[in-house]
Design a protein around this ligand. Structure first.
Ligand code: DC
Length: 233
């Protein structure tokens, strides 16, 4: 452990949809005794609350009110990433493909991004040791001075296979189902990378980690090795 640093260490992990960021980062944090911050979950939560309140995802002003309410009453469990809003654990609503698409849509809104920025920084800095923060703009906007930046990716086919494995829990998958998921992932990547504000992009000083040929444990090992190589643990 690097004793000379007093502040919380930050590892930024960005990458496209389905690259395995959340599983890899949360397991790496368990190994290291660090905190994991899944920023996509915050965007998903805001989109979900809009749905419950029947607020269109492009109603900019109303989105601002939703985020103010969200930040006021949010309870977040760093162990499980569970998110409570106004006393209700809303986490189970946030894992679906539709929740990801809705989050991607509101994430194109500048006001939404600006309002969620301090929250993401605050959650990450609550750790007494270090945090791995994952998302799309962590290394470029949220923590441009992160101690380590990693861009985690995998081929679109591999990401589609992983996603469908997760959704179908090992059941047989038809080529059509695989195609649908591949298209949905590609559309989300396009929306995240093409937006004007904080697009999905590899920071110039981020290390590219392509996991197309790696399994989960291999990917966690690779991420932890990068953190060790930077002398952060
Ligand atoms: O990581 P995820 O798939 O749960 O994220 C859902 C969407 O939220 C993603 O498609 C784009 C948006 N997002 C973002 O724009 N910036 C982040 N830091 C995290 C997520």
């Amino acid at each position: 452990m690097n004793q000379s640093k007093q502040r919380c260490l930050i590892v930024a992990v960005d990458g496209p949809a389905g690259s395995g960021k959340s599983s890899v980062c949360s397991k790496a944090c368990k190994r290291l005794g660090w905190t994991y911050v899944n920023t996509g979950f915050l965007y998903r939560a805001v989109a979900y609350i809009c749905g419950v309140r029947q607020i269109p995802l492009n109603a900019s002003e109303k989105l601002g009110v939703v985020i103010d309410d969200f930040m006021q009453s949010l309870i977040w469990d760093p162990e499980t990433q569970a998110v409570w809003f106004q006393g209700e654990n809303i986490s189970t609503h946030l894992y679906t493909d539709q929740a990801g698409k809705d989050a991607s849509l509101i994430a194109t809104n500048r006001l939404v991004r600006e309002k969620l920025l301090p929250l993401q920084r605050d959650l990450a800095r609550r750790s007494p040791v270090g945090s791995i923060v994952d998302g799309r703009d962590i290394g470029t906007v949220v923590f441009p001075d992160a101690d380590l930046k990693v861009f985690l990716t995998a081929s679109i086919d591999e990401r589609a296979r992983r996603r469908i494995r997760q959704l179908k829990d090992g059941a047989h998958v038809t080529p059509e189902e695989l195609d649908t998921i591949r298209t949905s992932i590609a559309e989300r990547d396009k929306q995240d990378a093409a937006r004007d504000v904080a697009p999905l992009i590899q920071a110039p000083d981020a290390i590219l980690l392509d996991t197309s040929e790696l399994d989960m444990n291999g990917t966690i090992d690779a991420l932890v090795s990068l953190i060790r190589a930077r002398n952060l643990v």
